[in-house]
Design a protein around this ligand. Structure first.
Ligand code: KG4
Ligand code: ZN
Length: 316
C-alpha cells in the first residue's frame, strides 16, 4: 500500500516450496499465488491501517515473469479495479526495480543510471524521468542472479543460493581463487563463461580432493562473488564514463549482496558519484516497488484498460 509516494505496507508471501525443488517450478508458483493473494492483500490493508474502500487505484505486475503467476496477479487486480470502479495500472517488473530507488530519501535526481540485477535480468538502465527509461547494456546470456544460483547449486547449496553465497563469502578470502573476466564489448555482460570455468575448476579440484568444496567453501564463495562484482562494476563504471552521469543506483535481488553494496560504495566515492542503494527489503522482489511505480504512473494518468493481458516477455 502506498499513499502519495509513501509506503504504508509491504507484505510479501515467501514461497518455501522452491527450496524443496531446487528451483522455481512454474505450476507450483502459480498455485501458491492463488493461495496467497487474498490473505496478502488483506494483511497489506491491515498493516497500512486502511480498508478496501480507501484504495483509489490498483497496480499490478504485467511483465516479465512466469505467466501463471502474472495471470493470478493481473486477474485479481482487474477484478478489484472493476468492482471498486478505480483505475488499473500495469507495471513492468524491471522498471519497478529501478524505481525502488525513489522510495526512500535521499532520492536520486534525474538523469540517473541504474544497474538492475535480478534472477532473470542484468541491465544498465538510463533513467531520464520516472517513466522514461532506456536499457543501455544487458546480459547476452545468464543473469547475475543466475550466476550466483548456479554456482550455489554446484557447491551443493539450496535454492536460491545468492544469499547463501553472500553469507559464506563474508568469512572467506576473495583473492584465494581467480576466475576469468569475460571480454564483452560495449556495456553488455556475459556470465556463462564464468559458470563453465567454475564447473571445470570444481571438477578438477574434487578429482584431487573429494572434500575440496567443504574445506574451502567460504573462500570459493568469496572468490566467485568477487568476480561477479568486478564484472558488474566495471561495466557500470564504463556506462558512467560514457554518459557523464554521476547519479548511480543499483536495484534488483542481487543488489542485496553485501559484497556488491560495499564495493559499489567504494567505487562511488572514488569516482565521486552520488550512489543510491535501496533498503534490503526493496532489493529482492517486493510489493513496495510495484506500488511506487504505480504511484508515478497514477500521477501521469497512465492507466491500463481491463482488456490488458499479462506477458511473460521483457519488452518495455
Ligand atoms: O529481483 P529478484 O528478487 O527476483 C527476480 O526478479 O529474479 O532477484 C532474485 C535473485 C536470485 O538469483 C537470488 O539468488 C539473488 O537475487 N539474490 C542475491 C542475494 N539476495 C538475492 N544474490 C547475491 N547475494 C544476495 N544477498
Ligand atoms: Zn525481481
Amino acid at each position: 500500500m502506498c499513499r502519495e509516494g509513501i509506503i504504508l505496507s509491504n507484505i510479501i508471501a515467501s514461497q518455501e516450496i522452491h527450496e524443496r525443488y531446487g528451483g522455481v517450478v512454474p505450476e507450483l508458483a502459480s498455485r501458491a499465488h492463488i493461495q496467497h493473494i487474498v490473505p496478502v492483500v488483506d494483511a497489506a490493508l491491515k498493516a497500512a491501517g486502511c480498508t478496501i474502500e480507501d484504495i483509489n487505484a490498483v497496480a499490478f505486475t504485467r511483465s516479465p515473469g512466469l505467466i501463471g503467476s502474472l495471470l493470478v496477479g493481473s486477474q485479481f487486480a482487474k477484478s478489484l479495479a472493476l468492482s471498486l470502479d478505480i483505475p488499473l495500472i500495469a507495471v513492468h517488473h524491471m522498471q519497478a526495480h529501478v524505481l525502488a530507488n525513489l522510495i526512500d530519501d535521499p532520492k536520486p535526481s534525474f538523469p540517473f543510471l541504474c544497474l538492475t540485477i535480478s534472477g532473470g535480468h542484468t541491465q544498465i538502465v538510463l533513467c531520464r524521468s520516472p517513466l522514461n527509461m532506456e536499457v543501455i547494456g544487458e546480459t547476452i546470456d545468464d543473469a547475475a542472479g543466475e550466476a550466483f544460483d548456479k554456482t550455489a547449486k554446484l557447491l551443493g547449496l539450496p535454492y536460491p543460493g545468492g544469499p547463501l553465497i553472500d553469507q559464506r563469502a563474508a568469512h572467506g578470502n576473495p583473492a584465494r581463487f581467480s576466475f576469468p573476466e569475460p571480454q564483452i564489448p560495449g556495456l553488455n555482460f556475459s556470465f556463462s563463461g564464468l559458470k563453465t570455468s567454475i564447473l571445470y575448476f570444481l571438477q578438477e579440484q574434487k578429482a584431487r580432493d573429494p572434500e575440496f568444496i567443504e574445506k574451502n567453501l567460504a573462500d570459493i564463495c568469496a572468490s566467485v562473488q568477487e568476480r561477479i562484482v568486478t564484472i558488474l562494476l566495471r561495466k557500470l563504471k564504463k556506462a558512467a564514463q560514457q554518459t557523464g552521469i554521476k547519479n548511480i543506483c543499483i536495484a534488483g535481488g542481487v543488489s542485496a549482496n553485501r559484497g556488491l553494496r560495499r564495493s559499489f560504495e567504494v567505487l562511488g566515492s572514488r569516482e565521486q558519484w552520488n550512489v543510491f542503494i535501496p533498503r534490503f527489503e526493496y532489493c529482492t522482489d517486493n510489493a513496495a516497488m510495484i506500488a511506487i511505480a504505480g504511484y508515478y504512473k497514477f500521477l501521469a494518468g497512465d492507466f491500463a484498460p481491463l482488456t490488458v493481458s499479462a506477458s511473460a516477455r521483457a519488452e518495455w
